[in-house]
Design a protein. Structure first.
Length: 212
């Protein structure tokens, strides 16, 4: 029995070494939770800025936005500032929790795998940013919010081969929500809050209890 246990422990160690050599496994579930919280907070600020509430469609949110100016900000300045604050908050927490997890496991935070992960996420994300800027330039703002979900989902799927496989499924869900939003543009803001907010929190909690 002892010999069998030793063999099992050896196999587990080999498997762990193989995973660490082929996948970046230091991503923390708490990073997802934090990103979701920031996304929901950002969405809440949009509703406050527009003076509306979720699923209240007396007027479409992007129609209200074009005639709204509050706190000394026109709608473009506000949306850009809100997006930057969400991004900075989510990235800061992601770096903090991921670095902490890596240190606890005695792993490197920034190695070749992490670089491949970032590059494979950056390609779809930068493409999506360019497309969204083009939509903004041509005044097609109603398609911007659901499009961010689609490109973010593509980024997750593209990067999943370098990290936890579960990321791929989150990516598929984000893509699906984005496509639904493109065909239901009046609910784009609510769908965005579900995708970036609720899905991130649920995913983060599952990953935390599954791996940490």
């Amino acid at each position: 029995m002892n010999e069998r246990n030793e063999h099992l422990e050896t196999l587990q160690e080999i498997r762990s070494l193989m995973e660490r050599s082929s996948r970046f496994i230091s991503l923390s579930g708490l990073s997802g939770v934090a990103a979701g919280v920031f996304a929901l907070a950002g969405a809440a600020m949009v509703y406050v800025y527009l003076g509306t509430t979720p699923f209240e469609h007396k007027q479409l949110y992007y129609v209200i936005a074009q005639t709204t100016s509050k706190w000394g900000l026109d709608y473009i300045s506000f949306f850009l500032l809100d997006a930057i604050l969400i991004l900075v908050g989510a990235l800061s927490c992601g770096i903090f929790f991921t670095t902490r997890k890596a240190r606890r496991k005695g792993q490197k935070t920034w190695d070749a795998l992490a670089q491949r992960l970032v590059i494979n996420m950056a390609i779809p994300l930068s493409t999506g940013a360019a497309v969204c800027l083009a939509m903004l330039y041509h005044g097609q703002i109603e398609f911007i919010i659901p499009s961010t979900l689609v490109f973010y989902g593509l980024a997750l799927v593209n990067a999943s081969k370098y990290t936890l496989t579960d990321i791929r499924y989150l990516g598929f869900l984000e893509i699906a929500l984005g496509i639904i939003g493109l065909f239901n543009i009046g609910y784009g803001l609510e769908i965005w809050a579900i995708g970036f907010g609720i899905l991130h929190i649920v995913y983060g909690i599952i990953m935390y209890f599954k791996y940490e």
